[in-house]
Design a protein. Structure first.
Length: 349
């Protein structure tokens, strides 16, 4: 999957100011096809078209496909069957030229589902759920794809073999509990062969006593985990907060298969680091937290949130939160300029 930061800037110019608020994800493929996806309410769709929309959903997903001069707009069929469909994210299988769409459906109060469907040559696969249940709330879904897995031979040696894997992370609340969660999905021609789900804290291989939070600390920032592709193509890294220890943890997750079993399993996580609570301040409740990590070698991670007027950020560098601050968005500094400045700073540290 090839994601280019400039693609988002193009989307904001091409689709106008409202796109800054509604575009949920963007993906640029090797052949120059640009996919964007957004959540749109039924009432907004009907106001735009001036005609009724055939759906029982209160909100649906709209996919735009840009190829050179052509622009195609598609309502995701799986989002038209009732409930509220939110937080879509995109992943691309370059070997099969197939787009995967993952999202969350809320059929009613107190329940949610994590769904996906794939799109190829104008055709959609049937919608599949990979997690769901009543009285459990899921949000801040992120997904990426890897194409290889470690294969352990009987003599103890390890080799890399092709395996199409989707890695999904999200935050989940149930009862008095909440945690960052992870799912590994084995994909095959647009469908899922097997799903394995864990708490992300299970990949952390060290015990940590709880850290006392500063007075007035906004713990809601813990509810956004961050997902990073790795250059080896067979692993991911995740930065997440542990709700009970009040600490951030960075883990590497690498799927493996066993020569005897021949089944993909989730290995024990490799801890890359553990950190104090982030000092970032979210500008308002509608500002989503995102992350920049331009250089895996240096390891600097910048998390940020913006509300159209201000970009607040915090830098995780060399094992600690080194810097935090705020950039004002105005006539001289656009959102794209501010993010490029943060990206350049992180890449040079």
């Amino acid at each position: 999957m090839k994601r280019i930061a400039l693609a988002l800037a193009f989307v904001l110019v091409a689709f106008g100011a409202q796109a800054q608020l509604r575009v949920s994800d963007v993906l640029l493929t090797d052949d120059g096809t640009l996919f964007t996806i957004e959540r749109v309410t039924k009432s907004d769709l009907e106001a735009e078209s001036g005609a009724p929309v055939e759906t029982t959903s209160s909100s649906v997903l709209r996919l735009r496909v840009q190829r050179e001069e052509s622009l195609e707009t598609i309502l995701v069929p799986g989002s038209l069957n009732g409930g509220s469909h939110i937080e879509p994210t995109l992943a691309w299988d370059s070997n099969d030229n197939r787009l995967y769409v993952f999202w969350q459906r809320m059929p009613g109060i107190g329940s949610s589902e994590l769904l996906f469907a794939s799109f190829k040559d104008g055709n959609w696969t049937a919608v599949e759920a990979f997690d769901g249940g009543n009285w459990r709330t899921r949000f801040n879904l992120k997904v990426t794809i890897t194409r290889f897995a470690e294969h352990r031979l009987e003599d103890g040696t390890v080799e890399s073999r092709p395996a199409l894997i989707a890695h999904a992370i999200w935050w989940e609340q149930w009862g008095e509990h909440e945690a960052a969660r992870y799912a590994m999905l084995e994909l095959e021609q647009g469908s899922v062969r097997r799903v394995q789900i864990r708490d992300l804290a299970e990949f952390h291989d060290r015990y940590s006593p709880p850290t006392e939070l500063p007075a007035g600390y906004d713990k809601s920032v813990f509810r956004t985990p961050f997902l990073f592709d790795m250059p080896d193509g067979d692993s991911i890294e995740v930065l997440f907060a542990n709700w009970y220890t009040n600490r951030y943890q960075l883990v590497n997750i690498r799927p493996v298969t066993d020569e005897k079993e021949g089944v993909l399993t989730i290995p024990t996580g490799v801890t890359r680091g553990e950190f104090d609570p982030s000092p970032i301040k979210v500008p308002d409740t509608n500002a989503a937290l995102k992350a920049i990590r331009p250089n895996v070698i240096s390891g600097t991670i910048t998390i940020y949130a913006h509300n159209g007027e201000t970009v607040n950020y915090a830098e995780l560098c060399r094992g600690r939160w080194a810097t935090s601050g705020s950039l004002k968005i105005n006539g001289a500094t656009t959102l794209e300029t501010a993010l490029e400045a943060l990206r350049k700073r992180a890449s040079q540290r």
